[in-house]
Ligand binder design. Structure first.
Ligand code: HEC
Ligand code: HEC
Length: 248
């Protein structure tokens, strides 16, 4: 087993953008239809067209589900929004999907205050943003490009609800009987590179490990009862502003 201090190492990690797990139901059907019919123009987060934001449950030209369905079916005459040949029930499923993207708190977030909370609530003791903070949790520098508002909200209130494969906590027993816990940041057929809870990079041979497993619960504490709904909205607004530089 080899342990090295991370500070001296330059790590380049590329993670595939998250694929939302396959589900069933109206919103899941709506998501498939959205990806097939709307993604090209509106983008995966619904915010690719300037001035239009389909991901926050507030629309300029519609307030009810029926109005949204009519826009989807008829388009908006005189604009770049075309009619779609989608049957009304399927259009309603798209509406269900768009509604599911909306954050559950009605509070409007303040990104600057969210940034301050990120420091004061201890997020930086596990997460890194633009080179500052800890590496034990995932780097959040570009999290706004990969996660939608509703997903970010769930990440904070109920971290174990959905964990990306590369963010799971790995646990195993080493040859010498010691326990290894951490995040697998690289692996091949023979070796695992693990970042342990003290930010040390450990390289271990698979053959030397007993009982390897991934934890189903997040190493992140739920913040449900530790944040007011305003604080939650502020943090989520801050996180969703953290976008890939070239995607800003
Ligand atoms: C060819 C590009 C294009 C496609 C495809 C497209 N849209 Fe649009 N959509 C637009 C444009 C442009 C606007 C803005 C129109 C305006 O208000 O000027 C818009 C506006 C909207 C609005 C109104 C937003 C608001 O704030 O009121 C909704 C809702 C919407 N689109 C949903 C969809 C859905 C759902 C699909 C897929 C079934 C879709 N669009 C497919 C281009 C497109
Ligand atoms: C004790 C360490 C710890 C603390 C404190 C912590 N997190 Fe986490 N966080 C993690 C770990 C580990 C994960 C990866 C597992 C998961 O997705 O839950 C994670 C996941 C996340 C994710 C999802 C990342 C993704 O790619 O899906 C977000 C967003 C997040 N944390 C934000 C925060 C914010 C904001 C705070 C402060 C309010 C915070 N975390 C505090 C350890 C922590």
């Amino acid at each position: 087993m080899r342990a090295v201090q991370l500070g001296n190492i330059f790590l380049t990690l590329t993670f595939a953008a998250s694929i939302i797990s396959a589900q069933t139901g109206p919103a899941a059907d709506g998501q498939r239809l959205y990806q097939a019919n709307c993604n090209n123009c509106h983008g995966p987060n619904g915010d690719s067209i300037t001035g239009v934001d389909l991901g926050h449950g507030k629309f300029r030209r519609a307030s009810t589900d029926d109005e949204l369905r009519n826009i989807i079916i008829n388009g908006i005459p005189g604009t770049g929004m075309p009619p779609a040949s989608i049957a009304p029930p399927q259009a309603m499923n798209i509406v269900a999907y768009l509604r599911s993207l909306a954050p559950t708190t009605s509070a409007t977030g303040d990104a600057a205050h969210g940034k301050a909370l990120f420091a004061s609530k201890g997020c930086a003791s596990c997460h890194r943003v633009l080179g500052t903070g800890s590496r034990t949790g995932p780097d959040l520098t570009e999290i706004g490009s990969y996660r939608r508002v509703a997903e970010l909200e769930t990440s904070l209130t109920d971290p174990s609800a959905e964990i990306l494969a590369e963010n799971r906590t790995f646990k195993a027993t080493a040859k010498d009987g010691s326990t290894i816990t951490g995040r697998v940041i690289n692996e091949d057929a023979f070796t695992l590179a693990i970042l342990d809870s003290r930010e040390r990079l450990i390289s271990v041979e698979r053959a030397d490990l007993r009982d390897p497993s991934y934890s189903k619960t997040s190493a992140m504490p739920p913040f449900k009862d530790r944040l007011t709904s305003q604080e939650l909205a502020d943090l989520v607004t801050y996180l969703s502003s953290l976008k890939r530089i070239d995607a800003k």
